[in-house]
Design a protein around this ligand. Structure first.
Ligand SMILES: Cc1cc2nc3c(=O)[nH]c(=O)nc-3n(C[C@H](O)[C@H](O)[C@H](O)COP(=O)(O)O)c2cc1C
Length: 359
């Protein structure tokens, strides 16, 4: 059983296990990695103002996200290539997340097929993250397969028309190890990740070749028209974009800078969260990710109006160290930290976590 003191400490242990190229791919960000560092640091600049004597025995962490019940307000965001961390890859993450009573969003670029992930997830709600391909029939095929496999929401990532300038991956000439495949696609896609087309990151080359940088808000409407699943738009920072997402039918937005991996020097998600919440004015649910490493960060996100948060890299460290049990340990640790934070701030239920908790 993985012993976790805190989630930052977990990264060091995982690093010892991973090939440096793969560690860099997971840990790294774009450019000078200012946004990567800022996304973590900004949570600590938000101060809490706890309330006392509110009767916090019998705390209740359950809530709903897009109508689906979750055991606590922490979801697992889409992260590609989980076979880099553990042989059980996304299957482990999906079954661990389901066992902990929350939601895993499977990435388009998974090492396990979306059907196998759905099976591992069991009866619980599951989300599929979509990258839009230049070839519209590929995109349509993914949406149809996700619907057929029982996914309950489509998470459209909008911050990646091209890969960010991930210098670690360029320096390492990132390649996917030979034993892994891009499981949602034919072998020709896998080959692009194994071999690349010259020095530099094979992933960045694949993105430039395959994904559609011409995407506009009209495509969001098109997706709604072909998808029976509600669409959640991931990668929003500007409040005006959040409004546009709702105007184009989104059921939710995820305030995110892609874990600091896309445009460097953009603000931390927590800095934009209150304005996004105000902009959508209750017309859709608002989620947030980026640099969330503590239960107190989850408490702050909810106090600032988020419905739930997503926690990325720590889940991959848990997966690396102990597969399905490692992911479960990470989620259990976050749940325990959130529970303590709620007790110490005078919140018995998630509904008690309101904006007046923020100084
Ligand atoms: C290794 C890795 C792979 C990722 N792959 C994807 C992906 O396939 N699709 C996507 O929308 N976001 C992807 N992301 C971004 C995450 O969904 C999420 O926004 C980010 O990791 C949150 O920040 P955190 O890691 O600081 O918690 C990836 C992030 C990492 C670290």
């Amino acid at each position: 059983m993985l012993t976790i003191l805190n989630l930052e400490h977990l990264e060091g242990s995982a690093r010892e296990r991973l090939d440096p190229m793969l560690y860099d791919y997971i840990a790294g960000g774009a450019g000078d990695e200012w946004t990567l560092r800022e996304s973590r640091a900004a949570w600590n600049r938000v101060q809490l103002l706890p309330r006392m004597l509110r009767g916090v025995a019998n705390r209740e962490l359950t809530t709903t996200v897009l109508g689906s019940p979750v055991s606590f307000p922490v979801l697992v965001p889409p992260m590609g290539f989980q076979g880099l961390c553990h042989a059980d890859a996304e299957v482990a993450t999906a079954s661990a997340t389901a066992a902990e009573g929350t939601i895993f969003c499977a990435s388009t670029v998974s090492n396990t097929s979306l059907e196998a992930i759905a099976q591992a997830n069991g009866a619980g709600p599951r989300w599929f993250q979509l990258y839009v391909y230049r070839d519209k029939s590929v995109t349509r095929g993914l949406v149809e397969r996700a619907a057929a496999a029982g996914y309950s929401a489509l998470c459209l990532t909008v911050d990646t028309p091209l890969a960010g300038n991930r210098e670690r991956d360029r320096r390492n000439s990132l390649r996917m190890p030979a034993h892994l495949e891009l499981a949602n696609f034919p072998a020709s896609h896998t080959a692009q990740h194994h071999h690349g087309s010259g020095p530099g990151s094979a992933l960045a080359q694949y993105i430039a070749h395959q994904w559609d940088p011409g995407l506009t808000w009209d495509d969001v409407a098109w997706l709604q028209s072909i998808s029976p699943m509600p669409v959640v738009v991931k990668g929003i920072l500007a409040p005006e974009d959040a409004k546009l997402a709702v105007d184009h039918g989104a059921a939710g937005v995820i305030v995110s800078n892609h874990g600091g991996r896309q445009l460097d020097t953009v603000p931390a998600p927590v800095a934009m969260l209150p304005e996004v919440v105000d902009a959508v004015a209750g017309r859709c649910e608002v989620l947030v990710d980026g640099g969330i490493r503590r239960g107190i960060d989850v408490l702050k996100a909810l106090a600032l109006g988020a419905r739930a948060v997503l926690v990325g890299r720590p889940v991959l460290w848990g997966l690396t160290l102990d597969g399905v049990d490692g992911v479960r340990a990470v989620l259990q640790h976050l749940r325990a930290e959130l529970d303590l934070a709620m007790a110490l701030s005078g919140c018995r239920t998630v509904a008690d976590i309101t904006r007046d908790l923020i100084l």
